[in-house]
Write a protein that binds this ligand. Sequence first.
Ligand code: ADP
Ligand code: MG
Length: 279
Amino acid sequence: MTTEGGVLLSMTGVTKIYGSGDAAVTALDRIDFDAHAGEVVVIMGPSGAGKTTFLTIAGALLSPTAGTVQISGTNITALKESELPPIRRKNVGFIFQSFNLLESLTALENVGLVMNDATSRSAGNRARELLTMLGLSHRLKSLPKQLSGGEKQRVAIARALANNPDLILADEPTANLDSKRGHEVMLLLRQIAFDMHKAVVIVSHDHRIREVASRIVWLEDGTFRSDVVTDRDPVCSRVVEVEGAPHAASGGRSYYFCSDQCMKLFEAGPERYVNISAE
Ligand code: ADP
Ligand code: MG
């Protein structure tokens, strides 16, 4: 179910404290966050910032110490533990850094296994369709050990899409991939958000992933930094951090670029990239 305004994930005042007493660690400190249909939100932050904690709470795999989490309009923090598995299965697709495929099952079986109607023929057909969509029609019967890292991650993406969830959560999805395979995976995640109208939330410390972001937020010591201003490079569409970026003025406003090369292209013909008459 898609809620009004397309908010598929909404977190309010989410805090997570691991342990207690002197050993207590505040991994998340009163986080507010929304993700909408059709966008790729990238959450960047150094190791230990709370990224994995954030994502596991967002996906109903871990309960927060305080705060509320809504997935596709359902307040999951008000539910009992026993009520969560169907929500996870139907509404959330997870993609992990280490792929987490079952080694004794084929690509097709790994995808089919998680489907609501796993044993039916239609589940098998949908698993096949998903893998074919992800360019793996020749790998259906392969075991994970026979697949490259990029192929394994595409099987994991197919598995995340198995029950057609609204929300896709990816934890460092490119960390174990070389740059070409990492790039392919990023483009697939963008396609899933844009073409299938899902909310894709990626946590990563890989700066290359910015290329596919609709929005970037910075997590540090369990809180979102509010002081980082970003804008979209009008030439290549990348999200760039405004501070320190090459910039140029046109039609009464400033534009920011990922590189001098994009800035030069822009300066040679701004009207090719922005609608100047509308300013
Ligand atoms: P990231 O994914 O950004 O590296 P994590 O969410 O894994 O960050 O961790 C955030 C903080 O919480 C770290 O200080 C980490 O040591 C701590 N932490 C994570 N998981 C646990 C746990 N199960 N028990 C205790 N502390 C934890
Ligand atoms: Mg992590």
